[in-house]
Structure formats: structure tokens, C-alpha cells
Design a protein around this ligand. Structure first.
Ligand code: F6P
Length: 548
């Protein structure tokens, strides 16, 4: 069954939110706290090892009630049932959206086209388990009978960002295998990666759902050529494996049938790290941790599917994002993990969030006249405090931010961790409270400055605060908690798409550039006459041809 197609701006809740917004838009967070004792406890969701405090958001109890009304009116409950139930909710591509099935239990039943897909999923999971165990313990060997030392994941977009982010985030749990990622078609990327590798002990994992992606196939071909400069032809079957839905194309590339890890069209590229796309993760940290990652995500799936909306983490965080995007007209959102391990987290989320919800046509096929997909960005704290935080504190733009922190350090360096976490707490406090005129005056007086000097400096030093944040405090960074966190954002994306009445699971916007690049490539490589472009593009191509 198709998703409902409610234009959110026509709902009763939307009109009420518009009116309510006028009453609250200038209210300071300090006032909201003063007027509502117990606000922090009431606006916190404590679930398993997650503690999510959204009390530092520019909302009141009424805002939450109205946002929840909006969720009801757009049919969120019905949409969640269709999402998990395997309905074709990716209507424009005619597909189910079932990454949640990849982490479901073996005895669950998920039916696609009349067939329960769980046995197939577990068959592939067992293949991942068996293969990664044998590579890690040295049973599977190179063509010269040596154990593998290095793994190279060749893929792009969802076939790169998910595995790369998870492997980096779980560095603490890594085994002896060194993992590398090649994605960009920029030849300098692949050359930088292979220059220090020994083809004799390196295993290559080609990941491409379609197996037609220019970047991935170019990199795979370049690597195979480099490999064959040293190794004999029959060594390819020992060193190259592939993950794809396109079995024929993989075979045509020369990959041994036993070395193919299948995936399915009902898994979107940007949600695919739970499938065999995560093979590099399983190789890097072992299948046990890969499975724990999946278990964490599954627990979040259950929370999302069954918890009441007012205590439902993905629902609440998604609705808050709608609140800022559509009522405050915020232009972007920041995600700031206070863990260096999550260095690639925001980059990963950029694909998930912006490729999914960067849409301007609604589910009725009409052009949208309200804001949809949020711009997402971020870097780990405390580094980011010394980079862009000035703008969040004192700039002219409103940037709601999600702070993610872990209570326990992995290496046990408590002194460092207390320093890290004191910054974590201090920033959201500072963003909320700002710095008052009284405090600034007192500070400058204490420094012994003259009255005139104090008056001159004051405007620059006073700032209003009232900058909204949500704090996600997690007990410890583990494969399970990371799985929960990623799944939380996947469901947040889903909820936003439902509210905005858009299709979150296609990505037609990225196709045009690919088509034009193919035309231009032909012109560049075959020296064809260029006469089809605008003047600017034509001049640029000519200039490049003169310089190359
Ligand atoms: O960027 C467009 C896209 O289709 C993504 O959605 C996908 O993750 C990526 O390209 C890679 O595609 P494939 O896995 O088919 O090579």
C-alpha cells in the first residue's frame, strides 16, 4: 500500500504551530527553564544506554504536543507500519525499503513479493561470517600462500561512506588487518592508497550495488591492472571479491562466482552498511562486532516501531528538526560528536540526510512551497570549538545542534575524558545562556578597565545565547551503541520525509551530472568537436585541453 500524501502545511496542527510559533519565537531558553520546573527531566528520553536531553530546545510542552499532532495528521504511525512491513514505499523506483530486515532476528518474517527474505539474509550473513573469520585467522591465503595483511574497499557513496565511517568509529575494536578505502575517481586517490601496499598480501573488496558506477569500476580496473603487473591472472580469484545486486556484471568483470556477496534492490545504497556492503567492517573488527552493530540497530528499530511518539527518540529529534527548518527557517543543522572516533560521522550523515530528503516535489508530484531537507554538517568537538563555533555562538544564523558524547573513554584516560566532557557540557550551557551585560561588565571591571573602555568593548562581548541544542549522552562507544545511533538517524530521516510528504529513497538528482560527465569524457578523450555546451563550459573545457 502507498504512503499517505498529506501536504503538512494544510493540516490543523501546522496552522496551530504557526500561531504558536509567534508566541514563542522570541522567548529565551532561560525563561523557558524558569517557567517550567522539571523541564529537563520531562524533556529527556532515557532508553537503554542512551540519555537524550532536548530541554535546551526553543520549545514548550505545547510545542511538543502540536508537533506530535502533526505527526498523527500526516499518518506517521501508518507510514512506520508500511516501512517495516515491506510495502513499496520507494514508489518512484518501485521498491520496498527494508534495511531494517538486515538486522532483524532469524525467526522474524519479512515478506517481499510473497517470499520471506530472512533465510536469504542469514545465508549471506553466514557467508560474511565464514569469509571474514577465515581471512582474519589466516586460513584464507594469498596466491603466494601468505596471510592477508591489508583490505581495500573499492566503492563510493553508500558503498564507501557507511563502511568507512563504521571502521573508523570502531578503530578501538579493530584486529590486525589494515583497512583502506578508495572512492574518488581522482587517480591520485587510488595511487596514494596502493603506493604502499603489497599486492601479494592485499585483499580487494569491490562494492557496488549496481556495478555500473564509473568511479568504482575505474578504480577496480586500475587496481586489477596494478595487481596483475606482479601477480598471475589466476591470482585474481584469490584477491578480489565483490558485493553487488548485479551478479552478471560482477562475473563479466572476472570475479569468481564464489567470491560474490549478493545484496538486494530493497536495500538503498545509503542504508546498506548492514548488508554485505559491510564486509569490510566484518573483516576489520570481526563478525562478532559486526553482528553487535546490527543488534544495536535492531534494538533501535524496535524502540522506533513500538515506543509512544512522545518518548520515541527518532520521532522527537525529527520533529524538532522540522520545527527549526519550517518555522524558525533555520538553514542548517550541526552534528557535533565529542569523540574523535566519530570523525567521519557528519560526512556519512550528509549522504543519508541530504541525498534522501533533498527533494522539491511532493508525493503527489507537485512542486513544494515549503522547506524540506536540512543541510547537515559538523566535526568532532573539541576541535570544532576552535574552528566554527564562534559563528554558532555569535553569528547571525540560527544553527540547531546535536551534541553526541560518551560517558566512558575507551582507553581509560580519565583526565582527558573529564576535560573533553566538561567542554561537551559547557558548550551547550554557553549556547543556551550566552553572556549577559552584567557578567561582561563585571569581568571587564575586574580587569581594571576604564568606564569608557568597558562601554566600547561591551557590545562585542555580550551575546544573547538562546541557541538550541539536543544532548545525546551514551554510556560508551561500542559496536552496539554505534548501531543504535546510526539507526536513530536513519529513522529520523524517514520521519522527516513522511512529514514533508516527499519520497526519501530515490536520488534522481545525482543522475544528470553523471550523464553530462560521460558526454564530456567522450569529448576529452576522443578529441571530439565541442559545440553543445554553453559558452562558459565550452571555454573551460578548451582551457583544460590546452593545459593537459
Ligand atoms: O550517489 C548516487 C549513488 O547512487 C548512491 O545512492 C550510491 O550509494 C552510490 O551512488 C554508489 O552506487 P553503487 O553502489 O551502485 O556503486
Amino acid at each position: 500500500m502507498a504512503l499517505q500524501t498529506v501536504n503538512p502545511t494544510t493540516t490543523k496542527a501546522w496552522s496551530k504551530l504557526l500561531a504558536h510559533f509567534k508566541t514563542i519565537e522570541h522567548t529565551h531558553l532561560r525563561t523557558l527553564f524558569a517557567d517550567d520546573l522539571g523541564r529537563a527531566s520531562n524533556m529527556t528520553v532515557s532508553w537503554e544506554d542512551f540519555y537524550v536531553d532536548y530541554s535546551k530546545q526553543r520549545i514548550s510542552k505545547e510545542t511538543v504536543e502540536l508537533l506530535l499532532e502533526l505527526a498523527e495528521e500526516v499518518g506517521l504511525k501508518d507510514a512506520i507500519d508500511k516501512y517495516f512491513g515491506g510495502d513499496v514505499i520507494n514508489q518512484t523506483e518501485g521498491r520496498e525499503v527494508l534495511h531494517t530486515a538486515l538486522r532483524a532476528s532469524e525467526n522474524d518474517e519479512v515478506v517481499v513479493n510473497g517470499t520471506n527474505v530472512m533465510p536469504e539474509i542469514f545465508q549471506v550473513k553466514n557467508k560474511i561470517k565464514d569469509f571474514s573469520n577465515r581471512v582474519i585467522n589466516g586460513e584464507l591465503r594469498s596466491y603466494t600462500n601468505k596471510p592477508f595483511t591489508d583490505i581495500v574497499n573499492i566503492g563510493i557513496g553508500g558503498s564507501d561512506l557507511g563502511p568507512a565511517m563504521v571502521v573508523d568509529s570502531l578503530s578501538f575494536y579493530k584486529n590486525h588487518l589494515k583497512t583502506h578505502f578508495v572512492s574518488n575517481v581522482d587517480g591520485d586517490h587510488v595511487n596514494e592508497v596502493i603506493k604502499n601496499l603489497d599486492p601479494e598480501t592485499t585483499l580487494f573488496v569491490i562494492v557496488s550495488k549496481t556495478f555500473t558506477t564509473q568511479e568504482t569500476l575505474s578504480n577496480a580496473n586500475t587496481i586489477r591492472k596494478w595487481f596483475l603487473e606482479q601477480a598471475p591472472q589466476d591470482a585474481v580469484s584469490k584477491h578480489f571479491v565483490a558485493v553487488s545486486t548485479n551478479i552478471e556484471k560482477v562475473k563479466a568483470f572476472g570475479i569468481d562466482e564464489n567470491n560474490i556477496f549478493p545484496m538486494w534492490n530493497w536495500v538503498g545504497g545509503r542504508f546498506s552498511l548492514w548488508s554485505a556492503v559491510g564486509l569490510s567492517i566484518s573483516l576489520a573488527v570481526g563478525f562478532k562486532y559486526f553482528d553487535e552493530l546490527l543488534l544495536g540497530a535492531h534494538n533501535m528499530d524496535i524502540h522506533f516501531k513500538t515506543e509512544d511518539f512522545e518518548k520515541n527518540i527518532p520521532v522527537i529529534t525529527a520533529l524538532l528538526s522540522v520545527w527549526y527548518n519550517n518555522f524558525f527557517n533555520a538553514e542548517s543543522e550541526a552534528v557535533i560528536p565529542y569523540s574523535q572516533y566519530l570523525n567521519q560521522f557528519a560526512t556519512y550523515l550528509q549522504q543519508g540526510i541530504m541525498e534522501s530528503n533533498g527533494k522539491s516535489v511532493d508525493r503527489n508530484g507537485n512542486t513544494i512551497n515549503y522547506q524540506t531537507g536540512t543541510i547537515i554538517w559538523g566535526e568532532p568537538g573539541t576541535n570544532s570549538q576552535h574552528a566554527f563555533f564562534q559563528l554558532i555562538h555569535q553569528g547571525t544564523k540560527l544553527i540547531p545542534a546535536e551534541f553526541i558524547g560518551f560517558a566512558k573513554p575507551l582507553h581509560g584516560n580519565q583526565d582527558h575524558h573529564d576535560k573533553l566532557m566538561s567542554n561537551f557540557f559547557a558548550q551547550t550551557e554557553a549556547l543556551m545562556n550566552g553572556k549577559s551585560e552584567g557578567t561582561v561588565t563585571k569581568e571587564l571591571q575586574d580587569l581594571g578597565l576604564s568606564k569608557e573602555k568597558i562601554e566600547a568593548l561591551k557590545p562585542f562581548k555580550v551575546f544573547e545565547g538562546n541557541k538550541p541544542t539536543t544532548t545525546i549522552l551514551i554510556e560508551k562507544l561500542t559496536p552496539q551503541s554505534l548501531g543504535k545511533l546510526i539507526a536513530m538517524y536513519e529513522h529520523k530521516i524517514f520521519v522527516q520525509g513522511i512529514v514533508w510528504n516527499i519520497f526519501s529513497y530515490d536520488q534522481f538528482g545525482v543522475e544528470l551530472g553523471k550523464q553530462l560527465a560521460n558526454t564530456i569524457l567522450d569529448e576529452l578523450q576522443n578529441e571530439n568537436v565541442i559545440n553543445n555546451h554553453d559558452e562558459s563550459t565550452q571555454n573551460l573545457i578548451k582551457h583544460y585541453q590546452n593545459l593537459r
